[in-house]
Design a binder for this molecule. Structure first.
Ligand SMILES: N[C@@H](CCC(=O)N[C@@H](CS)C(=O)NCC(=O)O)C(=O)O
Length: 218
């Protein structure tokens, strides 16, 4: 039995997309994105009270990258995954985990624009800095994707899912304008049924499509 603990439009969407692509049977337990994640019952699944958490045969697994590795090893070692010893193993690991390099900035920006309730708590400097750092991540992806259909030459993999979902979140804070290879790849992977099935319904975290950094005070 596989159970994914999920909040829409967060990192757990990455695991949800992967599960859909794997074509395995699973259940989703949806959580509100708030203090409820600190409930003792949930902390038994993820000790810092974050999503995702995955229950797999009675074991609780947290950290998106670990979940991706475990699911691919078990259900799609040479399809969506690249096993130890495979020529593309290192590149697969690099890009699966690069998703976190991107998402740390989106998480900081979600805190700035969404989670902080009072305007005086928000920082235009942090907003600008974190959005600029997303653009640096896009630049690294542009370099990798120039002349490639997918992140790995061997074809679509969990690396595209991981980074693709990270770019989905990043696009709320930094436009893809000027990153042609990234935009073409993003368009290519987000028509997939697995991605579409991982999108939120009415239960969105973001009350808009884009959050502009605030102007710095003069
Ligand atoms: N590195 C962890 C980060 C998990 C994480 O911070 N998830 C966010 C959602 S994107 C969360 O649950 N935040 C709730 C909170 O910070 O209270 C992973 O990849 O699973």
């Amino acid at each position: 039995m596989i159970t994914l603990h999920h909040c829409p439009q967060t990192r757990s969407m990455r695991s949800l997309w992967l599960l859909h692509e794997l074509g395995v049977a699973f259940e989703v337990v949806k959580h509100g994105f708030g203090k409820n994640l600190r409930d003792p019952d949930y902390l038994r699944l993820n000790p810092v009270g974050r999503v995702p958490a995955l229950e797999l045969d009675g074991e609780a697994i947290f950290e998106t990258g670990a979940i991706t590795e475990v699911l691919c090893e078990r259900f799609s070692p040479e399809g969506l995954g690249r096993p130890a010893g495979h020529p593309e193993r290192s590149q697969w690991l690099i890009w699966v985990h690069f998703a976190e390099t991107i998402t740390q900035h989106s998480a900081a920006l979600t805190q700035q624009h969404v989670a902080l309730r009072e305007d005086h708590m928000r920082s235009p400097i942090v907003m600008k800095l974190e959005a600029a750092r997303l653009l640096k991540c896009y630049a690294a992806l542009e370099q990798r994707l120039a002349g490639r259909g997918y992140l790995l030459d061997g074809g679509f993999s969990a690396a595209d899912i991981s980074v693709g979902q990270a770019v989905y979140l990043a696009r709320f804070f930094a436009h893809l304008d000027g990153f042609e290879a990234v935009a073409a790849w993003y368009a290519r992977i987000t028509v997939r049924e697995g991605f579409i099935a991982s999108l939120p319904g009415d239960d969105t975290l973001f009350a808009g499509d884009f959050f502009e950094p605030w102007e710095m005070p003069a």
